[in-house]
Design a protein around this ligand. Structure first.
Ligand code: 26W
Length: 822
């Protein structure tokens, strides 16, 4: 937490002396009156809180103005429902977007305090696992920046994603505690509380007007309490709201029990209720399969929809026009229970009939799918749903009955009916949440062109046929404010000095760099910025893992969640093959290379944890081998998070995007790295395909089987042993790993890993090895010709403006949400 992120900020804001003085006074006042500190004794943490509170004062008025204006104009808004928001730090983001970075820097300097050190004190808000959560954070920033009125709705987890500690090469998980020292950005809204009900039973009851209604008599009630965080758009254009729900017991203390002396039992209900927002599920792409997870999903979906309805009814007489005023985006299936919940609210609470409610529901929701991996498609056991959400289960059955009737009317036979049914009858009866989200939405989107096509061709083919083509593509994007301007101010300065400050508002200007790729002087300045970032990362590597690396070496980077389909193992095996080759020819011409890895494994994902251990074991052996004379180093940087990504990305020369084709829905790290001028080595998977189209084949290292070839290999039955037999280098690497070269104290440690690869290579590591190894040799050749390397690097930055999340959001706004940014 103490690393100062990056040097000089963007000097787009030329502050005047009065503004600096005013900000300085404000920081001092916050320090004294709110933090309760004294300037001469304040800790860096105290300064952080004081600075954040001072910055916050610049936000609040505009926040209210934005909200009032949107309400006055009755503009349609977006509600982004997401179980995860992987935000990272907010101080530099807020200051940057407000144009106050220099003001704050100089105000603090006047107090003898360094802004970068202060910013480094902020805990990362790690309310997400990986790509899906970070995408939600980029989208929130973009919506505020381009002027889309929006609320992000999620859960205020007390503990975000675990902190990863590496000890003896193994991952250990430690609870993360981002709120421990206070969160200056959030506002508790004590008047915004909704009741969330669970369990009990449903009865049909006759109301006074003679009509029958289904009445849900809940067994348990939990309160949802809102916490709001402002989301500041670029140049303070709009300030949207991230509204996160915290669970509170309705009756926190059973006083009678307490007075009887049962001090623990008296608080049991409270513990049970508040467990809902205690901790983020660290599972990534594996079905959590836990009742608590379903409770979390319903809790935040219900609170958000109740809030949306309350806000709508504060301005409109009824709910018939809900979909004209609000678009609700389901970020994967995690909030999909919202489809049944909105139906329940419209019918049971607001008296709408089924057809009207269904029309409103479908027109309101749209759903984004983020993965086709079968193990990640959520399903819930019917008995659990019946117990926890009995009314919702009834509604789901009714939705299903009508949906199957429609399918039948369109001529569907039994096979098709069972494939499109919301209930999976094959292994115990389970509710398919992806199907529920699909039928309850008017638009369903994938996150890259390839992924959307695979949705149409595979997992959702039958549904899409039965429901009429509702699938559309919205290729992911990233916010350039965080991932270029803030993470890499040195490069950004070079770019704005060269192609003009308009770049900050118009990423398409990056194309103006194209001719500069031919300019040796510019290439040199571009390379110098990389060199400076690598120098800084070298320091981080030294302090964090005690490894000395050469900043002139090629920095070869794979940073993302550890998962078999992402194939960190392919990278490690190739590293071993390279090591073997270097040892066989120590005097050969080897380019100096640092292999950098970072990423977390789900705590229960044993194979992924074993891959982390192998990476660390390989690193330990290679880093200590004197025959290499330092030409190859391997670094596994612990506790990958947004802040660490911000330090690694500007320093990366090579971006590893090597997933088995067809399995990475999009990827967004690939975009961040290319934007900062790293060259990609990758498969034709996810958004790599679209990066390849834009940067051109001369400026990217593509290898391996295509998605279609992968499918074909799997159909034909792929034998890894044949691939290994045909590749001496692969065999040598696997033999070394299996025989304990990297685990001499326990030679059999990786025997099982290698054997399972030979027996069932589900991710086709061995099939792609030779192509990958060869492409890595091309990388080395290119690196040894700096002119061509840096030409390609410049062209990567030049050609990826399309991956701005502003573009993605404009696409959603126009095609799915029907809202006009302004
Ligand atoms: C139920 C457990 C669970 C948890 C998370 C299942 C699935 C997920 C997510 C779908 C995992 C995820 O983050 N997917 C990633 O989403 C990114 C944003 O669209 C894509 O860029 C990545 O390719 C995709 O893996």
């Amino acid at each position: 937490m103490n690393d100062s992120p990056s040097p000089a900020s963007l000097r787009i804001d030329a502050p005047d002396a009065a503004a600096i003085e005013e900000f300085r006074e404000s920081i001092l006042a916050k320090l004294v009156y709110q933090v309760g500190g004294r300037p001469e004794r304040a800790s860096p943490r105290d300064w952080f809180i004081a600075t954040a509170l001072a910055a916050r004062d610049h936000i609040v008025d505009d926040w209210r103005r934005t909200n009032d204006q949107t309400r006055a104009e009755d503009r349609k808004g977006v509600c982004y429902l997401s179980m995860e928001f992987l935000i990272g730090r907010l101080l530099t983001d807020a200051l940057g977007n407000l144009g106050l970075t220099e003001t704050a820097r100089q105000a603090l300097a006047g107090l003898g305090v360094d802004l970068d050190a202060v910013a480094g004190q902020e805990a990362d808000a790690a309310l997400g696992n990986g790509g899906l959560g970070r995408l939600a954070a980029c989208f929130m920033e973009s919506m505020a920046s381009i002027g889309v009125p929006a609320y992000g709705y999620g859960i205020r987890y007390e503990n975000g994603l675990f902190r990863q500690i590496i000890a003896g090469g193994l991952q250990h998980e430690v609870p993360e505690d981002w709120l421990a020292l206070g969160n200056p950005w959030e506002f508790e809204r004590s008047s915004l509380v909704y009741e969330i009900r669970f369990g009990g039973h449903v009865r049909s009851e006759v109301s006074v007007d003679g009509s029958t209604r289904m009445v849900w008599h809940a067994g348990e009630i939990v309160n949802a309490l809102a916490y709001d965080t402002p989301v500041v758009g670029w140049r303070g254009k709009r300030i949207n709201t991230l509204r996160l729900w915290s669970a509170r017991a309705t009756d926190p203390l059973h006083l009678s029990e307490f007075n009887r002396g049962d001090h623990v039992g008296a608080q049991a209900a409270r513990m049970r209720a508040e467990a809902i927002s205690r901790v983020l599920y660290p599972g990534d792409e594996t079905e959590a399969g836990q009742e608590l997870r379903l409770r979390q999903e319903y809790f935040f979906a219900s609170a958000s929809l109740q809030d949306i309805i309350r806000r709508h009814l504060s301005r409109h007489a009824g709910l018939g026009n809900l979909a004209d005023r609000v678009a609700v985006q389901l970020n994967d299936t995690h909030p999909a229970i919202g489809v049944a919940e909105l139906m329940r609210l419209l019918m049971d609470v607001h008296g709408m009939d089924w057809d009207a409610a269904w029309a409103v529901t479908q027109a309101t929701f749209s759903y984004t799918n983020h993965t086709l991996l079968p193990e990640a498609l959520e399903t819930w056991p019917v008995p659990m749903m019946e117990r926890l959400l009995p009314r919702h289960m009834q509604i789901i059955y009714l939705i299903n009955a009508r949906h199957l009737d429609t399918a039948r009317a369109r001529g569907a036979g039994d096979a098709l009916l069972s494939s499109v049914s919301l209930i999976d009858e094959r292994h115990g009866r389970r509710v398919r949440m992806g199907h529920l989200a699909f039928v309850g939405s008017h638009r369903i989107n994938g996150v890259s062109a390839l992924h959307s096509q695979l949705m149409r061709d595979t997992v959702f083919a039958d549904l899409n046929q039965v429901c009429g083509d509702r699938i559309t593509n919205k290729t992911n994007g990233i916010t350039f404010r965080r991932w270029l301007h803030r993470a890499n101010p040195g490069l950004t300065h070079l770019l704005t000095d060269t192609i003009g400050p308009e770049l900050l508002d118009d990423p398409e200007r990056l194309e103006h760099l194209v001719p500069l790729a031919e300019d040796a002087g510019f290439r040199q300045r571009f390379a110098a910025q990389r060199r400076a970032a690598k120098e800084r990362l070298t320091g981080v590597i030294a302090t964090r893992i005690g490894l000395k690396v050469d900043p002139d070496a090629l920095f070869d980077v794979q940073i993302k969640r550890i998962h078999e389909y992402k194939r960190q193992l392919l990278n490690v095996v190739q590293t071993v093959a390279l090591y073997n080759a270097m040892r066989a020819r120590p005097t050969g011409h080897w380019i100096p290379r640092v292999k950098i890895f970072a990423g977390k494994a789900a705590p229960s994902y044993h194979q992924a944890k074993l891959i982390i251990r192998l990476t660390n074991d390989v690193a330990a052996t290679i880093n200590e081998d004197p025959t290499l004379r330092g030409t190859l180093k391997v670094a596994f940087l612990p506790n990958y998070n947004v802040s660490l990504a911000e330090m690694i990305i500007p320093a990366a020369d090579l971006s590893e995007q090597i997933s088995t084709a067809g399995l990475e829905a999009s990827g967004t790290g690939n975009m961040k790295l290319a934007l900062n001028g790293a060259l990609t080595i990758g498969t034709l998977d996810g958004a790599n395909v679209e990066i390849d189209e834009r940067v051109g084949r001369d400026n990217i290292f593509i290898f391996g089987l295509t998605a279609a070839e992968v499918a074909e290999r799997k159909r034909a039955g792929f034998d890894a042993r044949l691939a290994v037999a045909a590749s001496p280098e692969l065999r040598g690497a696997l033999d070394a790993i299996a025989s304990g070269v990297f685990s001499p104290g326990e030679p059999d440690r990786y025997r099982g890993l290698v054997e399972s690869l030979l027996h069932d290579d589900r991710y086709l590591v061995t099939a792609d090895f030779d192509a990958y190894h060869a492409r890595q040799r091309d990388v080395a050749t290119c690196w040894s010709k700096p002119e061509s390397w840096w030409r390609s690097a410049v062209l990567n930055t030049a050609h990826v403006s399309w991956f701005s999340s502003d573009r993605t959001i404009r696409d959603y706004a126009e095609d799915i949400w029907k809202v006009t940014p302004r």
